[in-house]
Design a protein around this ligand. Sequence first.
Ligand SMILES: Cc1cc2nc3c(=O)[nH]c(=O)nc-3n(C[C@H](O)[C@H](O)[C@H](O)COP(=O)(O)OP(=O)(O)OC[C@H]3O[C@@H](n4cnc5c(N)ncnc54)[C@H](O)[C@@H]3O)c2cc1C
Length: 497
Amino acid sequence: MSETPRSIVILGGGTAGWMAANLIAHHLGLEASVTVVESPEIGIIGVGEGSTPQLKAFFDTLDIAEADWMPRCNATYKTGIGFRDWSEAPGFDAYFHPFPTDLDGFTAPAFFANAYARRHGADVWAHPDRFFLPTALAARRLAPIVPDHFPFQIGYGYHFDAHLVGAFLRDHAIGLGVRHLQHRIVDVAVADGNVSHLVAQNDITIPGDFFIDCSGFRSVIAQGALGAKFLPFAANLFNDAAVVMPTPRDPNGTNCQTISTAMQNGWVWDIPLTNRTGNGYVYASGYCSADEAETELRAHLGLLDSPVEARHLKMKVGRIAESWTGNCLALGLSQGFIEPLEATALHVVQATVEGFFRAWRDGGFTPRHRDAFNRAIAARYEGIRDYIVCHYRMNRRTDTAYWRDNATHDELSDSLKAIITCWFTGRDLEEEIARQDIAHYYAPASWHCLLAGYGQFPGRLSADAPAPPTDMAAIDDFITRCALNFPSHDAALEALR
Ligand SMILES: Cc1cc2nc3c(=O)[nH]c(=O)nc-3n(C[C@H](O)[C@H](O)[C@H](O)COP(=O)(O)OP(=O)(O)OC[C@H]3O[C@@H](n4cnc5c(N)ncnc54)[C@H](O)[C@@H]3O)c2cc1C
């Protein structure tokens, strides 16, 4: 394999493939030729319509303005995720997981102090929702667009139509000089652990120096030809299927949050686009059949007698042991998938491509840099996985075996065990997160929101427990006055057109 690949072949034209093509063409310019080969008859998975703030960084890197892509992709703004019905604890039936903002420094310390005191029995306000501006923006359907006079940044993500984003990114990549081929790959030629070429129908060969496997759950090169080891997450992430149905957009205005509502055997997403709402029930097939899941979703959406068709999907949840093997990088669903609860898949795609470039720039194709890269990606998967597992482990529903089993199993990583132990033994959670150096996966605010949001407080309330001098009225006033600066979500979307 040459030290600087002149020819990079990407197998797959889903969101992962086109994101990779754009980033590589952007970073390498004329240094390398980039080819995307995809099979229209196989198509793309076509779900994955919510993001983290990382997607904003992706478009910023490519210098693509929101006005250029959002209207074309029916996209909306997202300030975080609302969790509903995950807990039966009185007062904790819903909470919001906000994206980070510069203002958190003013309010999060009070939340942490109150949650700490509440864990020690003080009768103080410890529900997360009054402490974060994005929560207020979501409740009021205000866009997280910072006005010129407002000196703080607000992190935000997006909702979008996956098919339209794919088409937009394809057109943009082709504009950057990426070659687009439409073939079904039927064989992968491998010699000494490296791919030499792909073989399409009619014996067409597609050679390359470096290959990126974005072939989705099929993982044609990485798991298929190179035999990459797949590590399933089924021991503590039970969901392995989804059923998806659209509903009309909310006539009362466009939400700027994803809503995750717990169901009998999983949860339903509600993702607002400008032209429709996307809904999908992510469930565990070991606990309910596809028909039962579809009926429960239809009942939830008020579509029991509706002719609207449901789409059923299987999910392969887990990751491959090493994302980069020989001259192949696995990316997207081919590389792994942690179920969609926190909408992290495209975030990992971008982190993988950027991390790969760093490793490559630093050390070329040396095993030392490749191994360090693989360790970092594996750690990222496990770090995100822990946070998602914690949602299920901390649920406070008792109605079905699914929720009871989720709340009682012991399949936790050492890191997550230490987080949970820290919380329930009343120690400082920020310190524990710093000790483990895991804040770059999920920050202390996210962990506090999750654990406090489900009403998981160990101690009984006691009149003698010391309480911090938090002035909740002042925090409410601060958040309310900050929120006055933001435009309505619908007005902000209209301004992009
Ligand atoms: C139920 C569900 C919900 C999700 N929700 C979210 C979310 O909210 N946020 C998020 O970030 N992610 C989410 N994801 C993940 C997200 O859908 C994917 O990460 C994203 O769409 C990228 O997929 P991909 O490009 O890896 O694969 P795909 O979209 O499946 O694309 C695979 C490509 O490979 C091609 N291909 C495959 N085999 C061959 C072959 N033999 N020859 C030629 N071409 C081939 C196909 O034609 C296609 O172009 C969700 C996933 C699921 C299953």
